[in-house]
Design a protein around this ligand. Sequence first.
Ligand code: ATP
Ligand code: MG
Length: 565
Amino acid sequence: MRWSQAHVPTLREDPAEAEAVSHRLLVRAGYVRQLTAGHYSLLPLAVRVRAKIIDVVRSEMDAVGGQEMLLPALHPAEPWRRSGRWELMGQEMFRLRDRRGAELALGMTHEEIFATVARELGSYRSLPQRWYQFQTKFRDEPRPKGGLMRTREFTMKDAYSFDIDRAGLDASFAAFHGAYTRIFERLGLPVLAVEASSGTVGGSDSVEFMCPAEAGEDRVAHSPACGYAANIERATSKLPEVTDAPGPPAPEPFDTPGVRTIDDLATGHGAPADRQIKTLVYVLDERPALVLLRGDHPLNEQKLVDATGATAVRAAAAEEIRGWLGALPGSLGAVGVTDLPVIADEALRGRRDMFTGANRDDVHLRGVDVERDIRVGAWADLREVAEGEPCPRCGEPLRILRAIEVGRIVKLGDRYARALGAEVPDADGRQVPLVMGSYGIGVERAMAAIVEIHHDDRGVVWPLAVAPYQVVIVVAQTDDEATARAGEALYRDLLAAGVETIIDDRPERAGVKFRDAELTGIPCRVTVGRRGLAEGAADVTRRSTGESEKVALDEVVGHIRRLLG
Ligand code: ATP
Ligand code: MG
């Protein structure tokens, strides 16, 4: 490619709206342009990187027996209704009608649609089947952000496994786990495989591949000592055992004028936060419920979703709460409450002599015995772990890292196959539903994550495996005929040797070309200039280290091939 012909609209300044490094650099280096929030045009360099990522992913999918398919992006409502996700997906699903009034959706994932294809699997003997595709997904994300990191339209490599039983699924899951480990290694993405909540897709084991980075939207609890890693939505910690004195035979009310917070009660009334019961009011699928935690423990809402199976979860408004409990937040409690379900965090089990609100403004209770005085309908792990708490496995302090979820694998079980009628006869001739797994990687999010990891203050520093070009030839003086000729000769030789090369033949100052070469992140730069030519040499510079070497013109191709490995 000739830079003079290429559409690489690099910018001198950082785009104002971009926060994440990858967003800023991909815009500035001429890779992407925003059409509207959450929708990006990929320009030629980005398309090349995307293709490289896809090649890596495809080769590892094929290596575990994957068969590539391509299913529609536009779906009829029916399969989604069958699985129950037509409703569940709510506002995240883009919906439309055709000219006959039939309801359709833009595919946000493909479990249902792949299950329709699996209906034709005739026998357990053809299993396992492992199918994948690269297909555009559409999701009406509430907050598209971070450039390519969270968009409303993106390419996913989604894969699905079909097995006859759980043991088969376990083997498929392990195979994909291994493939993902190799994919992210080849893409230059350091990842932690973390335990995760399975979210709207359902299922049992769910592992997310998390790339630690400040720009990430997820948080991961990690113990460097033993390797424990879990999404904050799932993570637990080992709390020190507490033994309480029994306390009084019944809760005792006391006046707490003006007390509104855990802190107020702690400082004004000698009730340490870890001796308080925090009472939150939530609306779970339109029904109110009390959620109890220790005073110093924050709620993780996803844990509440997972524990209750509710699909719509929101904190109740103060006025609703007054209607249900007769008091405002600040004086709430569950003692004596029988008409609302109560869900309590495990850390409250067995606690006695505790403090909580009395459901009367400005009154609290002391001496509360959780199991004696509160009708707890369900116990669950609801609290969010904090930095420094002991790891549940090894007891060493947990670290909380920000991370980008670049991929996810889930054991689905037979839920989708049952709903969609994807069954095969087993060895005894009985029809059994297929046991499925689901495996996703966001291609453009991976691209953004690579930039988050591989950049410096001059621009992107692509790992070789995904770079848009391997080599850029900078012709320092295009108006000097001998220099231009030498550049062209190198260009021909590198192309002939199969090296992906772009030649910067623009009539620009060398400084501009160097800047663009660095900004765009091409791994090797060959500079052909008048001064070097006088000695029959060119400069070969590596983007990652900045090291330059003078190399004789007729050795450049061999030298580059060695660098590229
Ligand atoms: P998130 O929690 O970030 O919303 P998700 O759990 O919805 O992700 P999955 O449904 O498991 O994601 O999708 C598989 C992969 O697709 C993710 O691991 C991620 O790499 C990518 N992905 C998901 N949503 C987006 C998005 N809005 N933009 C870009 N990539 C995405
Ligand atoms: Mg999502």
